[in-house]
Design a binder for this molecule. Structure first.
Ligand SMILES: [Zn+2]
Length: 510
Protein backbone atom coordinates (compact mmCIF):
# COMPACT_ATOMS: atom_id res chain seq x y z
CA UNK A 1 0.00 0.00 0.00
CA UNK A 2 1.58 3.33 -1.02
CA UNK A 3 2.07 5.70 1.86
CA UNK A 4 0.64 9.13 1.23
CA UNK A 5 2.94 12.03 1.79
CA UNK A 6 5.76 11.08 -0.53
CA UNK A 7 7.94 14.09 -1.32
CA UNK A 8 8.38 14.11 -5.04
CA UNK A 9 9.69 16.44 -7.73
CA UNK A 10 8.38 15.64 -11.20
CA UNK A 11 11.01 17.22 -13.39
CA UNK A 12 10.64 18.68 -16.85
CA UNK A 13 7.11 17.58 -17.76
CA UNK A 14 5.02 19.41 -20.31
CA UNK A 15 2.01 20.40 -18.23
CA UNK A 16 -1.47 20.49 -19.77
CA UNK A 17 -2.98 23.83 -18.91
CA UNK A 18 -6.66 24.43 -19.76
CA UNK A 19 -6.39 27.96 -18.38
CA UNK A 20 -4.00 28.72 -21.25
CA UNK A 21 -6.41 27.28 -23.82
CA UNK A 22 -5.42 23.64 -23.61
CA UNK A 23 -3.59 23.60 -26.92
CA UNK A 24 -0.14 24.38 -25.63
CA UNK A 25 1.73 22.81 -22.73
CA UNK A 26 4.22 24.53 -20.49
CA UNK A 27 7.47 22.85 -19.44
CA UNK A 28 7.54 22.76 -15.65
CA UNK A 29 8.61 20.92 -12.53
CA UNK A 30 5.82 19.82 -10.21
CA UNK A 31 6.73 19.75 -6.54
CA UNK A 32 4.67 17.41 -4.35
CA UNK A 33 4.65 17.33 -0.57
CA UNK A 34 2.37 15.44 1.80
CA UNK A 35 0.14 14.25 -1.04
CA UNK A 36 -0.51 17.69 -2.46
CA UNK A 37 0.96 19.82 -5.20
CA UNK A 38 3.18 22.33 -3.41
CA UNK A 39 4.34 24.29 -6.46
CA UNK A 40 4.46 24.26 -10.25
CA UNK A 41 7.78 25.77 -11.31
CA UNK A 42 7.83 26.86 -14.96
CA UNK A 43 11.22 26.06 -16.42
CA UNK A 44 11.19 29.39 -18.24
CA UNK A 45 11.53 30.93 -14.77
CA UNK A 46 14.70 28.92 -14.01
CA UNK A 47 15.50 25.75 -12.07
CA UNK A 48 16.97 27.12 -8.82
CA UNK A 49 14.27 25.28 -6.82
CA UNK A 50 15.84 21.97 -7.86
CA UNK A 51 19.04 22.63 -5.94
CA UNK A 52 17.57 22.27 -2.49
CA UNK A 53 15.18 19.42 -3.25
CA UNK A 54 15.77 16.66 -0.73
CA UNK A 55 13.04 14.25 -1.77
CA UNK A 56 12.59 11.86 -4.65
CA UNK A 57 12.94 13.08 -8.25
CA UNK A 58 11.09 11.69 -11.23
CA UNK A 59 12.45 12.50 -14.68
CA UNK A 60 9.42 13.49 -16.78
CA UNK A 61 11.19 14.96 -19.80
CA UNK A 62 9.31 13.85 -22.92
CA UNK A 63 6.14 13.32 -20.89
CA UNK A 64 2.88 15.25 -20.89
CA UNK A 65 1.33 15.75 -17.43
CA UNK A 66 -2.43 15.98 -16.99
CA UNK A 67 -4.62 15.91 -13.91
CA UNK A 68 -5.58 12.32 -13.11
CA UNK A 69 -8.91 11.31 -14.63
CA UNK A 70 -12.07 10.91 -12.56
CA UNK A 71 -14.13 7.90 -13.65
CA UNK A 72 -17.35 9.20 -12.16
CA UNK A 73 -19.55 6.15 -12.68
CA UNK A 74 -18.41 2.55 -12.41
CA UNK A 75 -19.40 -0.75 -10.83
CA UNK A 76 -16.72 -3.17 -9.66
CA UNK A 77 -19.19 -6.01 -9.14
CA UNK A 78 -19.13 -7.33 -12.72
CA UNK A 79 -15.42 -6.94 -13.56
CA UNK A 80 -15.18 -10.67 -14.23
CA UNK A 81 -17.98 -10.49 -16.82
CA UNK A 82 -16.09 -8.35 -19.35
CA UNK A 83 -16.39 -9.84 -22.81
CA UNK A 84 -19.42 -11.98 -21.97
CA UNK A 85 -21.95 -10.00 -24.04
CA UNK A 86 -22.54 -8.27 -27.33
CA UNK A 87 -24.98 -5.34 -27.46
CA UNK A 88 -28.51 -6.05 -26.35
CA UNK A 89 -31.30 -4.00 -24.75
CA UNK A 90 -30.58 -3.16 -21.14
CA UNK A 91 -33.60 -5.06 -19.88
CA UNK A 92 -32.28 -8.26 -21.51
CA UNK A 93 -28.73 -7.75 -20.17
CA UNK A 94 -29.24 -6.36 -16.70
CA UNK A 95 -30.15 -9.52 -14.78
CA UNK A 96 -26.96 -11.12 -16.09
CA UNK A 97 -24.88 -8.54 -14.26
CA UNK A 98 -26.97 -8.08 -11.14
CA UNK A 99 -25.16 -9.52 -8.08
CA UNK A 100 -28.50 -10.47 -6.49
CA UNK A 101 -29.05 -13.06 -9.24
CA UNK A 102 -25.78 -14.90 -8.41
CA UNK A 103 -24.93 -17.04 -5.41
CA UNK A 104 -23.13 -14.84 -2.84
CA UNK A 105 -19.53 -14.21 -3.88
CA UNK A 106 -16.60 -14.93 -1.60
CA UNK A 107 -14.67 -12.17 0.09
CA UNK A 108 -11.62 -13.30 -1.90
CA UNK A 109 -13.40 -13.03 -5.25
CA UNK A 110 -14.60 -9.53 -4.30
CA UNK A 111 -11.05 -8.52 -3.38
CA UNK A 112 -9.60 -9.87 -6.62
CA UNK A 113 -12.19 -8.33 -8.93
CA UNK A 114 -11.90 -4.95 -7.18
CA UNK A 115 -8.12 -5.05 -7.50
CA UNK A 116 -8.33 -5.97 -11.19
CA UNK A 117 -10.70 -3.09 -11.88
CA UNK A 118 -8.42 -0.74 -9.95
CA UNK A 119 -5.39 -1.84 -11.98
CA UNK A 120 -7.29 -1.26 -15.22
CA UNK A 121 -8.26 2.24 -14.05
CA UNK A 122 -4.69 3.13 -13.09
CA UNK A 123 -3.33 1.83 -16.41
CA UNK A 124 -5.78 4.21 -18.14
CA UNK A 125 -4.68 7.27 -16.16
CA UNK A 126 -7.73 7.19 -13.90
CA UNK A 127 -6.82 8.31 -10.39
CA UNK A 128 -10.31 8.50 -8.86
CA UNK A 129 -13.15 6.08 -9.41
CA UNK A 130 -16.70 6.31 -8.16
CA UNK A 131 -17.54 2.68 -7.46
CA UNK A 132 -21.29 2.17 -7.13
CA UNK A 133 -20.83 -1.36 -5.96
CA UNK A 134 -23.56 -3.84 -5.18
CA UNK A 135 -22.50 -6.35 -2.55
CA UNK A 136 -24.83 -9.25 -2.08
CA UNK A 137 -25.43 -9.81 0.69
CA UNK A 138 -24.27 -6.43 1.93
CA UNK A 139 -22.19 -7.04 5.03
CA UNK A 140 -19.14 -5.56 6.73
CA UNK A 141 -16.79 -8.35 5.54
CA UNK A 142 -17.58 -7.71 1.90
CA UNK A 143 -17.25 -3.95 2.37
CA UNK A 144 -13.88 -4.60 3.95
CA UNK A 145 -12.77 -6.59 0.89
CA UNK A 146 -13.61 -3.67 -1.42
CA UNK A 147 -12.00 -1.01 0.77
CA UNK A 148 -8.90 -3.16 1.31
CA UNK A 149 -8.46 -3.65 -2.43
CA UNK A 150 -8.58 0.08 -3.15
CA UNK A 151 -6.21 0.79 -0.30
CA UNK A 152 -3.77 -1.81 -1.65
CA UNK A 153 -3.95 -0.58 -5.25
CA UNK A 154 -3.52 3.05 -4.22
CA UNK A 155 -6.47 4.20 -6.33
CA UNK A 156 -8.61 7.00 -4.94
CA UNK A 157 -12.17 5.71 -4.61
CA UNK A 158 -15.53 7.23 -3.77
CA UNK A 159 -17.44 4.16 -2.67
CA UNK A 160 -21.22 4.06 -2.80
CA UNK A 161 -22.83 0.88 -1.49
CA UNK A 162 -25.65 0.52 -3.98
CA UNK A 163 -29.04 -0.33 -2.48
CA UNK A 164 -32.51 -1.07 -3.82
CA UNK A 165 -35.55 -2.80 -2.36
CA UNK A 166 -38.18 -3.00 -5.12
CA UNK A 167 -38.31 -6.07 -7.40
CA UNK A 168 -37.57 -5.50 -11.09
CA UNK A 169 -40.99 -7.06 -11.67
CA UNK A 170 -42.42 -3.84 -10.21
CA UNK A 171 -39.98 -1.39 -11.78
CA UNK A 172 -39.58 -2.53 -15.38
CA UNK A 173 -42.81 -1.78 -17.21
CA UNK A 174 -44.82 -4.80 -18.36
CA UNK A 175 -42.56 -7.46 -16.83
CA UNK A 176 -45.41 -8.50 -14.48
CA UNK A 177 -47.69 -8.96 -17.47
CA UNK A 178 -45.27 -10.55 -19.93
CA UNK A 179 -43.10 -12.84 -17.78
CA UNK A 180 -44.98 -16.09 -17.10
CA UNK A 181 -46.33 -16.28 -13.55
CA UNK A 182 -44.45 -19.53 -12.88
CA UNK A 183 -41.12 -17.87 -13.78
CA UNK A 184 -41.62 -14.77 -11.65
CA UNK A 185 -40.70 -16.16 -8.22
CA UNK A 186 -37.34 -17.41 -9.55
CA UNK A 187 -36.58 -14.38 -11.70
CA UNK A 188 -33.65 -13.38 -9.50
CA UNK A 189 -32.56 -16.95 -8.81
CA UNK A 190 -33.07 -19.08 -5.72
CA UNK A 191 -34.09 -17.06 -2.66
CA UNK A 192 -31.00 -16.66 -0.50
CA UNK A 193 -30.87 -17.13 3.24
CA UNK A 194 -30.48 -13.60 4.55
CA UNK A 195 -30.81 -14.36 8.26
CA UNK A 196 -28.24 -12.35 10.16
CA UNK A 197 -27.58 -9.99 7.27
CA UNK A 198 -27.77 -6.38 8.45
CA UNK A 199 -30.35 -3.92 7.18
CA UNK A 200 -28.72 -2.07 4.21
CA UNK A 201 -29.08 1.55 5.24
CA UNK A 202 -28.12 0.85 8.83
CA UNK A 203 -24.98 -0.84 7.54
CA UNK A 204 -24.24 2.02 5.13
CA UNK A 205 -24.33 4.49 8.02
CA UNK A 206 -22.35 2.35 10.45
CA UNK A 207 -19.69 1.52 7.83
CA UNK A 208 -19.35 5.20 6.94
CA UNK A 209 -19.00 6.21 10.59
CA UNK A 210 -16.48 3.46 11.29
CA UNK A 211 -14.33 4.07 8.22
CA UNK A 212 -14.66 7.73 7.25
CA UNK A 213 -11.34 8.91 8.70
CA UNK A 214 -9.45 5.69 8.16
CA UNK A 215 -7.78 6.37 4.85
CA UNK A 216 -7.24 9.61 2.94
CA UNK A 217 -7.91 8.10 -0.49
CA UNK A 218 -11.27 6.53 0.37
CA UNK A 219 -14.40 8.69 0.37
CA UNK A 220 -18.01 7.71 0.64
CA UNK A 221 -21.22 8.45 -1.22
CA UNK A 222 -24.83 7.38 -0.71
CA UNK A 223 -26.03 5.21 -3.57
CA UNK A 224 -29.73 4.55 -4.06
CA UNK A 225 -29.66 2.39 -7.21
CA UNK A 226 -32.29 4.41 -9.05
CA UNK A 227 -35.34 6.27 -7.71
CA UNK A 228 -37.83 3.69 -9.01
CA UNK A 229 -35.84 0.76 -7.58
CA UNK A 230 -36.14 2.07 -4.00
CA UNK A 231 -39.30 2.33 -1.94
CA UNK A 232 -40.46 5.81 -0.94
CA UNK A 233 -39.39 4.98 2.61
CA UNK A 234 -35.90 3.96 1.51
CA UNK A 235 -35.48 7.14 -0.57
CA UNK A 236 -36.54 9.28 2.39
CA UNK A 237 -34.07 7.49 4.63
CA UNK A 238 -31.32 8.07 2.05
CA UNK A 239 -32.36 11.73 1.96
CA UNK A 240 -32.18 11.92 5.74
CA UNK A 241 -28.72 10.31 5.73
CA UNK A 242 -27.51 12.69 3.02
CA UNK A 243 -28.56 15.63 5.18
CA UNK A 244 -27.11 14.27 8.43
CA UNK A 245 -23.83 12.93 7.06
CA UNK A 246 -23.38 15.64 4.39
CA UNK A 247 -22.42 13.01 1.83
CA UNK A 248 -22.67 13.13 -1.95
CA UNK A 249 -25.56 11.17 -3.46
CA UNK A 250 -25.04 9.07 -6.59
CA UNK A 251 -27.95 7.46 -8.38
CA UNK A 252 -28.82 6.13 -11.80
CA UNK A 253 -31.55 7.94 -13.64
CA UNK A 254 -33.32 7.27 -16.93
CA UNK A 255 -30.89 5.00 -18.72
CA UNK A 256 -33.64 3.51 -20.87
CA UNK A 257 -36.81 4.70 -22.52
CA UNK A 258 -38.63 1.96 -20.59
CA UNK A 259 -37.56 3.64 -17.34
CA UNK A 260 -39.08 6.93 -18.45
CA UNK A 261 -42.28 5.13 -19.49
CA UNK A 262 -42.33 3.30 -16.16
CA UNK A 263 -42.05 6.61 -14.31
CA UNK A 264 -45.03 8.03 -16.20
CA UNK A 265 -47.09 4.93 -15.39
CA UNK A 266 -46.05 4.41 -11.77
CA UNK A 267 -45.63 7.90 -10.31
CA UNK A 268 -48.56 10.07 -11.49
CA UNK A 269 -48.44 11.90 -8.15
CA UNK A 270 -45.00 13.21 -9.17
CA UNK A 271 -46.09 14.11 -12.68
CA UNK A 272 -44.50 10.85 -13.84
CA UNK A 273 -41.05 12.27 -13.04
CA UNK A 274 -38.24 10.50 -11.23
CA UNK A 275 -36.56 13.89 -10.82
CA UNK A 276 -39.61 15.15 -8.93
CA UNK A 277 -39.52 11.98 -6.80
CA UNK A 278 -35.86 12.60 -5.92
CA UNK A 279 -36.66 16.20 -5.04
CA UNK A 280 -39.57 15.20 -2.81
CA UNK A 281 -37.38 12.77 -0.91
CA UNK A 282 -34.52 15.22 -0.30
CA UNK A 283 -32.17 13.61 -2.80
CA UNK A 284 -31.84 16.33 -5.43
CA UNK A 285 -29.31 19.06 -4.75
CA UNK A 286 -25.78 20.30 -5.42
CA UNK A 287 -24.31 17.14 -3.87
CA UNK A 288 -26.28 14.86 -6.22
CA UNK A 289 -24.68 13.15 -9.24
CA UNK A 290 -27.16 11.46 -11.58
CA UNK A 291 -25.70 8.78 -13.83
CA UNK A 292 -26.85 8.55 -17.49
CA UNK A 293 -29.84 10.91 -17.82
CA UNK A 294 -30.38 9.70 -21.39
CA UNK A 295 -34.17 9.99 -21.13
CA UNK A 296 -34.43 13.10 -18.96
CA UNK A 297 -37.18 15.25 -20.48
CA UNK A 298 -36.43 18.89 -21.40
CA UNK A 299 -38.38 20.06 -18.33
CA UNK A 300 -36.53 17.63 -16.05
CA UNK A 301 -33.18 18.88 -17.38
CA UNK A 302 -34.18 22.35 -16.24
CA UNK A 303 -35.12 20.96 -12.79
CA UNK A 304 -31.74 19.18 -12.48
CA UNK A 305 -29.98 22.41 -13.48
CA UNK A 306 -32.00 24.50 -11.00
CA UNK A 307 -31.06 22.09 -8.21
CA UNK A 308 -27.35 22.40 -9.05
CA UNK A 309 -27.04 18.62 -9.47
CA UNK A 310 -24.48 16.98 -11.79
CA UNK A 311 -25.04 14.47 -14.58
CA UNK A 312 -22.51 11.70 -15.28
CA UNK A 313 -22.62 10.62 -18.91
CA UNK A 314 -21.86 7.00 -19.84
CA UNK A 315 -22.10 6.85 -23.60
CA UNK A 316 -20.29 3.54 -24.03
CA UNK A 317 -22.72 1.57 -21.87
CA UNK A 318 -25.73 3.49 -23.19
CA UNK A 319 -24.90 2.42 -26.72
CA UNK A 320 -23.99 -1.14 -25.80
CA UNK A 321 -27.38 -1.53 -24.11
CA UNK A 322 -29.18 0.25 -26.99
CA UNK A 323 -30.53 3.26 -25.12
CA UNK A 324 -29.86 6.06 -27.57
CA UNK A 325 -27.73 9.11 -26.83
CA UNK A 326 -28.05 11.54 -23.92
CA UNK A 327 -28.94 15.11 -24.98
CA UNK A 328 -25.41 16.49 -24.62
CA UNK A 329 -26.05 19.93 -26.09
CA UNK A 330 -29.20 20.48 -24.05
CA UNK A 331 -27.48 19.42 -20.80
CA UNK A 332 -24.59 21.78 -21.56
CA UNK A 333 -26.98 24.56 -22.51
CA UNK A 334 -28.77 24.20 -19.18
CA UNK A 335 -25.48 24.82 -17.40
CA UNK A 336 -25.35 21.43 -15.68
CA UNK A 337 -21.97 20.21 -14.42
CA UNK A 338 -21.15 17.18 -16.57
CA UNK A 339 -18.86 14.31 -15.65
CA UNK A 340 -17.94 11.15 -17.53
CA UNK A 341 -18.06 7.50 -16.50
CA UNK A 342 -17.18 4.12 -18.01
CA UNK A 343 -19.88 2.14 -16.15
CA UNK A 344 -20.11 -1.65 -15.85
CA UNK A 345 -17.39 -3.88 -17.17
CA UNK A 346 -19.97 -6.07 -18.92
CA UNK A 347 -21.65 -3.25 -20.88
CA UNK A 348 -18.74 -1.03 -21.73
CA UNK A 349 -16.40 -3.19 -21.41
CA UNK A 350 -13.42 -1.11 -20.42
CA UNK A 351 -12.41 1.59 -17.99
CA UNK A 352 -11.10 4.03 -20.54
CA UNK A 353 -11.75 7.75 -20.27
CA UNK A 354 -10.29 8.38 -23.74
CA UNK A 355 -13.16 6.47 -25.30
CA UNK A 356 -15.57 8.30 -22.98
CA UNK A 357 -14.15 11.73 -23.86
CA UNK A 358 -14.14 11.10 -27.59
CA UNK A 359 -17.74 9.88 -27.54
CA UNK A 360 -18.78 12.89 -25.43
CA UNK A 361 -17.47 15.28 -28.07
CA UNK A 362 -18.48 13.39 -31.19
CA UNK A 363 -21.94 12.18 -30.15
CA UNK A 364 -23.17 15.75 -29.70
CA UNK A 365 -23.53 15.65 -33.50
CA UNK A 366 -26.32 13.09 -33.20
CA UNK A 367 -28.81 15.76 -32.26
CA UNK A 368 -27.32 19.04 -33.48
CA UNK A 369 -25.28 19.73 -36.64
CA UNK A 370 -24.29 23.27 -35.68
CA UNK A 371 -20.75 24.18 -34.67
CA UNK A 372 -20.30 24.58 -30.94
CA UNK A 373 -19.48 22.80 -27.72
CA UNK A 374 -18.39 20.38 -26.47
CA UNK A 375 -14.80 20.42 -27.73
CA UNK A 376 -11.67 18.61 -26.59
CA UNK A 377 -10.98 21.04 -23.73
CA UNK A 378 -14.59 20.58 -22.52
CA UNK A 379 -14.10 16.80 -22.62
CA UNK A 380 -10.93 16.96 -20.55
CA UNK A 381 -12.72 19.28 -18.13
CA UNK A 382 -15.63 16.83 -17.74
CA UNK A 383 -13.18 13.93 -17.26
CA UNK A 384 -11.28 15.77 -14.52
CA UNK A 385 -12.83 18.86 -12.86
CA UNK A 386 -16.39 17.87 -13.78
CA UNK A 387 -16.00 14.48 -12.15
CA UNK A 388 -14.39 16.00 -9.09
CA UNK A 389 -17.25 18.49 -8.71
CA UNK A 390 -19.86 15.76 -9.18
CA UNK A 391 -18.35 13.79 -6.31
CA UNK A 392 -17.98 16.69 -3.89
CA UNK A 393 -14.22 16.99 -4.52
CA UNK A 394 -14.09 20.32 -6.35
CA UNK A 395 -11.11 22.27 -5.15
CA UNK A 396 -9.27 19.04 -4.30
CA UNK A 397 -8.96 17.28 -7.65
CA UNK A 398 -8.96 18.06 -11.35
CA UNK A 399 -6.19 20.63 -11.79
CA UNK A 400 -2.41 20.74 -11.63
CA UNK A 401 -2.07 23.69 -9.29
CA UNK A 402 -0.66 24.40 -5.84
CA UNK A 403 -2.87 23.13 -3.06
CA UNK A 404 -4.57 20.45 -5.15
CA UNK A 405 -4.23 16.75 -4.37
CA UNK A 406 -1.25 15.30 -6.23
CA UNK A 407 -3.17 13.05 -8.64
CA UNK A 408 -1.54 13.08 -12.09
CA UNK A 409 -1.08 11.07 -15.25
CA UNK A 410 2.06 11.30 -17.38
CA UNK A 411 1.85 10.45 -21.10
CA UNK A 412 4.72 9.28 -23.28
CA UNK A 413 5.12 11.91 -26.00
CA UNK A 414 7.09 9.43 -28.11
CA UNK A 415 3.84 7.58 -28.78
CA UNK A 416 2.61 8.13 -32.36
CA UNK A 417 -0.52 9.78 -30.95
CA UNK A 418 1.62 12.81 -30.05
CA UNK A 419 3.98 12.96 -33.02
CA UNK A 420 3.98 15.74 -34.01
CA UNK A 421 2.62 17.51 -30.93
CA UNK A 422 0.11 20.05 -32.24
CA UNK A 423 -2.42 20.29 -29.40
CA UNK A 424 -2.31 18.42 -26.10
CA UNK A 425 -6.07 18.69 -25.63
CA UNK A 426 -7.04 17.48 -29.09
CA UNK A 427 -4.49 14.69 -29.17
CA UNK A 428 -5.48 13.43 -25.71
CA UNK A 429 -9.14 13.32 -26.75
CA UNK A 430 -8.99 12.30 -30.43
CA UNK A 431 -5.70 10.40 -30.77
CA UNK A 432 -5.01 8.77 -27.39
CA UNK A 433 -6.52 5.36 -26.70
CA UNK A 434 -4.76 4.64 -23.43
CA UNK A 435 -1.53 3.43 -25.01
CA UNK A 436 0.44 6.52 -24.01
CA UNK A 437 -0.28 6.41 -20.27
CA UNK A 438 3.16 5.93 -18.80
CA UNK A 439 3.25 6.97 -15.16
CA UNK A 440 0.49 7.65 -12.63
CA UNK A 441 0.75 9.50 -9.33
CA UNK A 442 -2.05 9.36 -6.76
CA UNK A 443 -1.99 11.26 -3.50
CA UNK A 444 1.68 11.97 -4.16
CA UNK A 445 2.55 8.27 -4.49
CA UNK A 446 3.87 6.82 -7.76
CA UNK A 447 1.47 3.90 -8.35
CA UNK A 448 2.58 3.22 -11.92
CA UNK A 449 5.97 4.09 -13.35
CA UNK A 450 7.08 3.43 -16.95
CA UNK A 451 3.94 1.30 -17.35
CA UNK A 452 4.77 -0.91 -14.37
CA UNK A 453 2.16 -0.99 -11.59
CA UNK A 454 4.05 -0.58 -8.32
CA UNK A 455 1.28 -1.48 -5.89
CA UNK A 456 -0.08 -4.77 -7.19
CA UNK A 457 1.69 -7.94 -8.32
CA UNK A 458 -0.20 -8.29 -11.58
CA UNK A 459 1.13 -11.75 -12.44
CA UNK A 460 -0.02 -13.08 -9.07
CA UNK A 461 -3.37 -11.34 -9.53
CA UNK A 462 -3.85 -12.97 -12.94
CA UNK A 463 -3.04 -16.38 -11.48
CA UNK A 464 -5.45 -15.93 -8.58
CA UNK A 465 -8.21 -14.84 -10.95
CA UNK A 466 -7.56 -17.84 -13.19
CA UNK A 467 -8.09 -20.04 -10.12
CA UNK A 468 -11.53 -18.63 -9.31
CA UNK A 469 -12.82 -18.40 -12.88
CA UNK A 470 -14.09 -21.98 -13.35
CA UNK A 471 -16.54 -21.57 -10.46
CA UNK A 472 -17.45 -18.06 -11.55
CA UNK A 473 -18.05 -19.16 -15.15
CA UNK A 474 -20.31 -22.00 -14.02
CA UNK A 475 -22.42 -19.61 -11.93
CA UNK A 476 -22.55 -17.04 -14.75
CA UNK A 477 -23.60 -19.71 -17.26
CA UNK A 478 -26.53 -20.71 -15.04
CA UNK A 479 -27.64 -17.09 -14.62
CA UNK A 480 -27.34 -16.36 -18.34
CA UNK A 481 -29.24 -19.53 -19.29
CA UNK A 482 -32.06 -18.63 -16.87
CA UNK A 483 -32.35 -15.17 -18.39
CA UNK A 484 -32.04 -16.36 -21.97
CA UNK A 485 -35.09 -18.57 -21.46
CA UNK A 486 -37.06 -15.39 -20.73
CA UNK A 487 -35.62 -13.34 -23.60
CA UNK A 488 -38.78 -13.18 -25.68
CA UNK A 489 -40.77 -11.97 -22.66
CA UNK A 490 -38.23 -9.19 -22.00
CA UNK A 491 -38.46 -8.27 -25.69
CA UNK A 492 -42.26 -8.19 -25.58
CA UNK A 493 -42.21 -5.88 -22.53
CA UNK A 494 -39.66 -3.64 -24.26
CA UNK A 495 -41.80 -3.41 -27.38
CA UNK A 496 -44.80 -2.33 -25.30
CA UNK A 497 -42.73 0.31 -23.46
CA UNK A 498 -41.11 1.60 -26.63
CA UNK A 499 -44.56 2.10 -28.22
CA UNK A 500 -45.22 4.97 -25.79
CA UNK A 501 -44.72 8.49 -27.11
CA UNK A 502 -42.86 10.57 -24.54
CA UNK A 503 -42.89 13.69 -26.70
CA UNK A 504 -39.13 13.46 -27.28
CA UNK A 505 -36.71 10.78 -28.42
CA UNK A 506 -33.08 9.85 -27.85
CA UNK A 507 -32.90 7.77 -31.04
CA UNK A 508 -32.36 9.04 -34.56
CA UNK A 509 -35.14 8.21 -36.97
CA UNK A 510 -33.87 5.39 -39.21
ZN1 LIG B 1 -24.34 2.19 -13.63
Amino acid sequence: MPAPGETLLIEGALVYDPAAGGHEAVAADIAIERGRIAAVHRLADGTRHRAGWAGRRLDARGKLATPGFVNAHYHSHDVLLKGFFDPEPLEAWVLNALPRTYPPRSREEIRLRTLLGAVECIRSGITTVQDMVTLFPLDADRVDAVVGAYEAAGLRAVIGLQAANVSPLDTVPYWRETIPAEAQPGLLGPAPDLRGVPEPLGLVESEFRARRDRHPRIRWALAPSSPERCSRDMLERFGDLARRLELPVVSHIYITKAEAVGARLRFPEFGGSLVALLKATGLLGPRTALAHGVWLSPAEIEDVAAAGASVVLNHMSNLKTKNGVAPIRRLLGAGINLALGCDNCSCSDCQNMFQAMKMFVLLAAVSDPRAGPPDSVDALGAATRGGAAALGLAGELGRIAPGMKADLALFDLADPAYVPLNSPARQLVYAECGRGVDTVVIDGAVVMENRVIKTVDEAALRAEIADIMPAFRADAAAVIARNRALARHFAEADARAWAHDLGFSRYLAA
